[in-house]
Design a protein around this ligand. Structure first.
Ligand code: EAX
Length: 354
């Protein structure tokens, strides 16, 4: 999306904000938790950044942001802090990205799902089974490909600070204990607003229904969709599992999230403040990745105890089933040079040991 249309879509962004706030009520948001001191930074801080996420106040995004808040307050001796707005209070992911680009909102932490709608090269991250594990994902995103993608955000006056963890996306539904790809046939699955995710679910025979995260609770309650897919930490902290008894561990996509700050906000800081800000965000990124990995085991146990049926699958069977998505790269406009850089070992790594 060009900058001009980004400005033109401000009205849409504001409408999205309004709709997501009302959706948040359906999700029984705890306003006391949102206003609590742990989400708002220390009152005496004079340099405050308002940061939004669509996820739960006790979720892995917010935990990482609280770590950044703590680091900012420590390194700046209480001058700088974050005020954290969870649960789509500041809008959906697309809307928040637009508001950050316009300098109306300081920061957001959003999944990469909707970003290719603005910056197409991000779609390399949406290919199924791109990374074999978290370590491979971090290596790719902390390397030249990740740097190139973050740099693309500057076209929208956004500074991309780094890739944090959302996680491998698994499938929940209320109808069938899905174990094999063909069992998705005819199921209505909510996906993110992402072309490759939609194409992949459609290829598997599901009826892909893209929508913003804040709409999902109503959609699940009203039966507009049969299922959804998200990382473990989201499924557990957003309490999706309370209405979705089947959890299939398909790990179809690795889903990172990006911490973004408005370039206008960043440029207003002194060089010393910028250094503190970048240091706190980088350290919080590593902390948040570890927290997310550790939390997965906790969340699985909680869901098992709550009676969720956890279905392990044959990943090779699933990988084979989605292989045709790679053959559709031209139609899906995937930058295959970037894919190669992410998946092929470098010459140094590939060289046999002397
Ligand atoms: O960013 O929309 C989604 O499914 C995302 O994974 C979620 O909101 C966290």
């Amino acid at each position: 999306m060009q900058k001009k249309s980004l400005f033109a879509s401000i009205a849409v962004g504001i409408a999205l904000m309004a709709s997501s706030v009302s959706a948040a009520f359906c999700n029984e948001i705890d306003f006391n938790a949102v206003k609590s001191k742990s989400l708002m930074g220390v009152p005496e801080a004079t340099v405050r950044f308002r940061v939004g996420t669509t996820t739960a106040p006790d979720g892995h995004y917010v935990k990482g942001l609280q770590e950044m808040q703590r680091l900012l307050e420590t390194y700046s001796n209480g001058e700088m802090t974050l005020d954290i707005y969870p649960n789509s209070l500041l809008g959906d992911e697309r809307g928040m990205m637009e508001l950050v680009g316009l300098g109306i909102q300081d920061m957001c932490l959003i999944s990469t799902g909707p970003i290719p709608n603005f910056a197409p090269d991000f779609s390399v991250l949406d290919l199924p089974y791109l990374f074999k594990d978290e370590a491979a994902a971090y290596a790719g995103m902390d390397g030249p490909v990740g740097d190139k993608l973050l740099a693309e955000l500057s076209k929208f006056d956004i500074k991309g600070l780094g890739f944090w963890e959302n996680g491998f996306r698994h499938l929940t539904n209320g109808k069938v204990p899905v174990q094999h790809p063909n069992e998705l046939n005819g199921l209505k699955i909510r996906t993110m607003e992402n072309t490759i995710h939609i194409a992949t679910y459609e290829h598997l025979g599901a009826l892909a229904t893209p929508m913003a995260w804040s709409e999902i609770f109503t959609a699940l309650q009203q039966g507009t969709v049969d299922g959804q897919e998200n990382p473990i930490a989201i499924i557990e902290t957003a309490k999706v599992y309370e209405v979705q008894p089947y959890l299939s561990m398909i790990g179809l996509f690795y889903s990172p999230c990006v911490l973004m700050v408005s370039q206008m906000t960043f440029d207003r800081l002194s060089p010393e403040q910028q250094e503190i800000f970048l240091r706190a965000s980088e350290e919080a990124k590593h902390w948040q990745r570890q927290y997310s990995q550790d939390y997965n085991a906790v969340a699985i146990e909680k869901m098992k105890a709550a009676g969720v049926q956890i279905i392990d699958v044959d990943l090779d069977e699933w990988k084979q089933a989605v292989q045709p998505i790679y053959d559709m790269h031209e139609q899906l406009k995937v930058n295959m040079d970037l894919v190669k850089m992410l998946t092929e070992p470098t010459t140094a790594e590939a060289a046999p040991a002397a």
